[in-house]
Design a protein around this ligand. Sequence first.
Ligand SMILES: [Zn+2]
Length: 90
Amino acid sequence: MKSCNHFSAGGKRNMSLVNCGQCGKLIVENQLRMNLCEDCFAVQEAEFAKIKETLRRRPGANIMQLAESTGISPTKIMQWIREGRIRLEI
Ligand SMILES: [Zn+2]
């Protein structure tokens, strides 16, 4: 006889708390936001949009030039490149 243990296995999952990867605030884990809190995620998306826009205007720009004209740290830009979110011709 099968027991109805799918009640506990399915739908209800414990939400795990993580620290925001940017400011360290305690938040509910959210893969879609890359575990950033709402504020930091919004900031990051804005910065990301800025980089994309700059890349469109200056297709040949390198990381340092991008960092200079957007004010975003080269480390962050490199991270996006590694994650495959933006593509740079180096
Ligand atoms: Zn945050």
